[in-house]
Design a protein around this ligand. Structure first.
Ligand SMILES: [Zn+2]
Length: 133
């Protein structure tokens, strides 16, 4: 799962479940949306890029936490075990040899499936009006 993290207003918000539907932070600096949510491809747009971040959450961890609590479980040991599973993700930023965390913060473009949006991508998300011509 991916979201926006704005360092101006400290809004953290997950991306919309609908492709090409931007979410925006509270101060209006940062937007983010899925180009293709199924493939995990997201785009971001910021007035001030220095304050614009992508936040990512490991899906295995999130689903695992829900399962644990729904089963009335969730001891510290079980959560640690789940953390171990979530950070066994070779090639991903979550991996124990990289960030070693189920939650990561990156600049758009630091992962292959995120980037700052091009003009065409902004237009496809309805952020720039279609040209008259
Ligand atoms: Zn903001």
């Amino acid at each position: 799962m991916k979201g926006i993290f704005c360092a101006k207003c400290f809004t953290i918000r997950s991306l919309s479940v609908i492709d090409r539907e931007p979410v925006i932070c509270q101060c209006g600096n940062l937007r983010g949306w899925w180009i293709d949510g199924k493939k995990g491809i997201a785009r971001f747009l910021a007035l001030d890029r220095e304050a614009g971040f992508m936040i990512g959450w490991n899906n295995r961890y999130l689903h695992g936490i829900v399962d644990l609590f729904q089963q009335g479980a969730g001891s510290d040991a079980m959560v640690r075990e789940l953390h171990k599973l979530a950070t066994d993700a070779p090639g991903f930023h979550f991996d124990k040899d990289r960030k070693a965390c189920w939650s990561i913060i990156l600049r758009p473009g630091m992962s292959s499936d995120t980037a700052w949006a091009t003009e065409d991508e902004q237009r496809a998300a309805g952020l720039i009006p279609e040209s008259d011509g």
